[in-house]
Design a protein around this ligand. Structure first.
Ligand SMILES: Nc1ncnc2c1ncn2[C@@H]1O[C@H](COP(=O)(O)OP(=O)(O)O)[C@@H](O)[C@H]1O
Ligand SMILES: [Mg+2]
Length: 239
């Protein structure tokens, strides 16, 4: 059974259609990259799945549970969390406070302490800087913090919007190393927005290419890097 199912999803902002009739499924434990040019609707898609953006129509399911129509907190409680574009770290709060922000929704308070410990073990730099203001961290460390914070709600499915944005290639390597080892450790289902198909191919996984709010290709990321499909998606239909 597919972990995540998106059926005929549409997102509109006033008259602008950001996503039209989009459907795909993500298998349990799969790593799926979403790529495509700016304005393709990638963030709108993640927003609609996580409940941050209201869908005009469509159905989103996780393990047969209908998520569409639920708010972000209830969706997080079902086990789906998002690492937003731009990280959305609270710079004036400490690293520990940032990690605790999302845990208010959890009823298993004892386990929260364990998960904080697990986050610190997975990201030793965050333990070292636990009492420092998050705004003092480097860009890469802030991305790690954003990922660690999303893990604090103990998700089964994690959506990550452009984790490599604004980071040096070596730092991006570290971010993906960490994401992949967390995925292996926890059996996470991962959906990652990544502009660079070369990067997606190197990390490995399936890739969906979006353009103009629609899916224009879906397959193994490694097969995309060299394919004409990419320029087609970016620059328009081939002559
Ligand atoms: N909050 C918003 N209000 C109005 N238009 C928006 C909003 N968010 C995104 N859009 C528009 O929707 C389209 C898709 O945007 P987005 O989902 O952010 O694409 P991507 O993440 O692929 O760059 C773009 O045309 C963008 O300008
Ligand atoms: Mg975006």
């Amino acid at each position: 059974m597919a972990k995540l199912g998106i059926h005929d999803l549409a997102v509109r902002y006033g008259k602008l259609t950001a996503i039209s009739d989009l459907s795909f499924t993500v298998a349990e434990g799969e790593r799926l990259f979403i790529s495509g040019p700016n304005g393709a609707g990638k963030s709108s898609l993640l927003g609609a799945i996580s409940g941050a953006v209201r869908a005009a129509h469509g159905r989103i399911e996780m393990d047969g549970d209908i998520l569409s129509g639920l708010g972000p907190e209830r969706i997080a409680r079902r086990g789906l969390s998002m690492v937003p574009e731009g990280r959305r770290i609270f710079g004036g709060l400490t690293v520990r406070e940032n990690l605790m922000v999302g845990t208010g929704i959890r009823r298993d308070r004892a386990a929260v302490a364990d998960d904080l410990e697990t986050a610190f073990t997975a990201f030793p730099i965050l333990r070292d800087r636990a009492n420092a203001p998050a705004g003092a961290l480097s860009g890469g460390q802030q991305q790690m913090l954003a990922i660690a914070r999303a893990l604090m709600t103990n998700p089964k499915v994690m959506l990550v919007d452009e984790p490599s944005l604004g980071l040096a290639p070596k730092v991006v390597d570290e971010v993906y190393d960490r994401l992949c080892s967390l995925q292996a450790l926890r059996g996470l289902t991962l959906v990652i927005v990544e502009q660079s198909s070369t990067r997606a191919a190197r990390v490995g996984g399936r890739m969906i290419l979006m353009r103009g709010g629609r899916i224009v290709a879906d397959g193994d990321a490694a097969g995309f890097a060299a394919a004409d499909l990419l320029s087609e998606a970016y620059f328009g239909d081939p002559a």
